[in-house]
Design a protein around this ligand. Structure first.
Ligand code: SAM
Length: 241
């Protein structure tokens, strides 16, 4: 199943069709391997209510989708959606290798025009793509409206994302680390200056947990819970429709 993308191409599309070759490696290195644990915690949060249908938005190379497929009940339908065909190709290969190729489906689509009927999913999930979709992105409000539309009443939006530590000293250390390590290393390993310049700047300037909660509540979610990870460098939000 494929969803034709709006024309002209949506925001950041060029960055995410250029990044794939070393994408996973860069992620593991810049998070000192913690991204795996954070996705696993997000997986457990997604599966807590034994959902029947789950959608991973901005699934990229499929790590969260695959993690959910490994741990979910056999009758749980799991879909990964992304607008980057190269990312989706890698995701499909990884799912096959992990032995869950038949448990998941991957769809090319745009997060602000989700190709599903109203009230389809018990859970929508997103790992490290929420910032891309909401920070200074014109599709922010339409993305949130679409998530609310495709979630069933009482359905949950589980978000794992980089965050701003509350403690000002830890926040300064985190920003220093992003500037002097994440940005240059990402550029060297991927060869993509624009992508990692954007990544670093958006991480440093991204909203605080309070601002993310306000964004979700004003979009129409009725409850938002937040759990900080690694001194608040990342966090998991669970927003209820
Ligand atoms: C930083 S990557 C995260 C990928 C993956 N979820 C992970 O945990 O590694 C962001 C992903 O979101 C996708 N993306 C960004 N904006 C999108 C949009 N408007 N519609 C669909 N996918 C989008 C990108 O193609 C990319 O694969």
């Amino acid at each position: 199943m494929s969803n034709s993308l709006p024309s002209p191409k949506p925001p950041l599309h060029n960055i995410f069709t250029a990044v794939p070759p070393h994408y996973d490696l860069v992620n593991h290195i810049i998070t000192i391997g913690m991204d795996k644990r954070w996705r696993r915690l997000a997986t457990l949060a997604c599966l807590e209510t034994k959902p029947h249908r789950v959608l991973d938005i901005g699934c990229g190379t499929g790590d969260l989708t695959i993690s959910m497929a490994r741990l979910a009940n056999k009758d749980t339908e799991i879909t990964g959606l992304d607008y980057s065909p190269p990312m989706l190709e890698i995701a499909k290969e990884k799912a096959e290798k992990a032995g869950v190729g038949k448990r998941v489906r991957f769809i090319e689509g745009e997060a602000s025009h989700l190709p599903f009927p109203d009230s389809t999913f018990d859970v929508t999930a997103i790992s490290f793509a929420f910032r891309n979709l909401t920070y200074k992105n014109p599709v922010c409000q339409s993305h949130l409206a679409e998530v609310l539309r495709v979630l069933k009443p009482g359905g949950r939006y589980v978000i794992v994302e980089s965050s701003q530590p509350e403690n000002s000293f830890i926040r300064a250390c985190s920003h220093f680390y992003i500037r002097v390590f994440v940005k240059p290393l990402g550029i060297i390993l991927s060869g993509n200056i624009g992508a990692y310049r954007y990544l670093a700047e958006s991480m440093i300037r991204f909203y605080s947990p309070g601002e993310v909660k306000d964004l979700l509540m004003s979009a129409g979610f009725r409850e938002v819970k937040y759990r900080p990870l690694f001194f608040g460098a990342a966090g998991i939000y669970v927003a209820v429709k």
